[in-house]
Design a protein around this ligand. Structure first.
Ligand code: ADP
Ligand code: MG
Length: 259
């Protein structure tokens, strides 16, 4: 069969609604070059895990996608639209920070409702989306409590709920399981692995970009893993591919392939 080339603009083939594309992203802090012409593609509904050691630029990458850090050069596009001039609050993107905090003087319900209100996809759901999600995350009974009245693991769940409630096109998770104990981590990994991500009445799906230094976490959650090193993508592939056929020692180290 011959290659038909690019799909014409008025073709019946649907264009993915939330296709995230990064091209030639460079970012230095002083003399330190953190991202060195990075290219990345995320499909709609894909669960992408970006894996790399501490200091390799994972948080910087997420903050560039969220619009909180400006790249020195390069382009970020969402559904074919450049985000260059789009402010962080107008990007259809949510971010769970490494040390995410809730407002201490508000109870969980109010904290979560605020996230809901900020959603650019105004809720199609009827009922009580905050309670539904909180129940799924096993914090349904805690909505009247303030952040200082719940445990660290429960706080982490609440922060995760905040990021998911907006039903964004892209949900960015920065080391979501850091600083929680092993049991709770296991629990959250299973929960995230099965988590439904339909948006706006189920017409499209939230894409996730989850960054971590933990190879096992990546193996268990990712549709695809991208290994970062030297400010670029060292390798991209399915968890199985990366684990069985790491193309360099750095990739093998990141994924934890036995020697
Ligand atoms: P990771 O999340 O993979 O641990 P980061 O993106 O946080 O890596 O940081 C990558 C490098 O950039 C680190 O060496 C860090 O010290 C540096 N860096 C990140 N943010 C800043 C900043 N605002 N100012 C100066 N250096 C920074
Ligand atoms: Mg980080």
């Amino acid at each position: 069969m011959t290659d038909v080339g690019p799909v014409p603009p008025n073709s019946a083939q649907p264009v993915p609604a939330s296709y995230l594309t990064l091209r030639g992203i460079r970012k230095s802090f002083g003399r330190e070059c953190v991202l060195d012409g990075l290219n990345l593609d995320v499909s709609e509904g894909e669960y992408l895990v970006v894996l790399g050691p501490s200091g390799c630029g994972k948080s910087t990458l997420l903050q560039i996608i969220a619009g909180l850090v400006r790249p020195d050069s390069g382009d970020v596009k969402l559904a074919s639209r450049s985000l260059d001039r789009v402010s962080p609050k107008d990007r259809d993107v949510s971010i769970l920070f490494q040390d995410d905090r809730l407002y201490p003087h508000w109870n969980l319900r109010k904290n979560l409702e605020l996230a809901c209100d900020r959603s650019p996809v105004k809720k199609h759901q009827s009922g009580d989306p905050v309670l539904e999600l909180a129940q799924r995350l096993n914090i349904g009974g805690l909505l009247q409590r303030r952040p200082d009245e719940i445990s660290g693991g429960q706080l982490r769940r609440a922060a995760l709920a905040k990021a998911l409630l907006r039903q964004p096109a892209v949900c960015l998770l920065d080391e979501p399981f850091a600083a929680i104990d092993t049991m709770m981590r296991e629990d959250l990994i299973s929960l995230l692995a099965d988590f439904p991500r339909e948006r706006g009445g189920g017409c499209s799906q939230t894409s996730v970009v989850h960054v971590t230094h933990d190879g096992e976490e990546a193996m268990r959650l990712a549709d695809r893993i991208v290994v970062l090193g030297g400010g670029r993508v060292l390798q991209s592939g399915t968890p199985d591919d990366i684990y069985r056929k790491p193309q360099s020692l750095d990739v093998a180290k990141a994924i934890g392939t036995p020697p």
